[in-house]
Ligand binder design. Structure first.
Ligand SMILES: [Zn+2]
Length: 123
């Protein structure tokens, strides 16, 4: 009886070990230092609007939109009496996810456009 218990326990440990090794391997993957692996996760989107010192437009792009990858039009907030629109195509979202950054141009309103840089962060 005792010998059988011992064998069962050893068997249990042997079975558990490969699972733990797999978990460790997954962790290594997530923290991998290849740019692709790091950029595939988009938990927050940073926005930087160029030529914006007077207009002070604001733009919010939810990270969920990047994950969804469906073309969407955003409106830059009212600044200096005007707004702009920005269209992000599904291809743009894919590039943002892959490269971690894209640069687009807003619509022309009040006789000017703004460059808009979107950056993906995994945190
Ligand atoms: Zn403007």
């Amino acid at each position: 009886m005792k010998r059988r218990d011992f064998l069962l326990r050893v068997g249990g440990i042997a079975l558990a070990t490969p699972i733990m090794a797999n978990l460790a391997a997954c962790d290594d993957d997530e923290d991998g230092d290849t740019p692709d692996a790091a950029a595939k996760t988009c938990n927050s989107v940073g926005t930087e609007i160029g030529n914006n010192s007077i207009d002070n437009h604001q733009l919010t792009v939810p990270a969920a939109d990047v994950t969804a990858g469906v073309q969407k039009e955003y409106t830059l907030t009212l600044g200096a009496g005007h707004t702009h629109r920005l269209t992000v195509t599904s291809a743009n979202f894919q590039t943002l996810l892959n490269d971690g950054m894209i640069q687009l141009t807003s619509t022309n309103d009040d006789s000017h456009t703004h460059s808009v840089t979107l950056t993906c962060s995994s945190s």
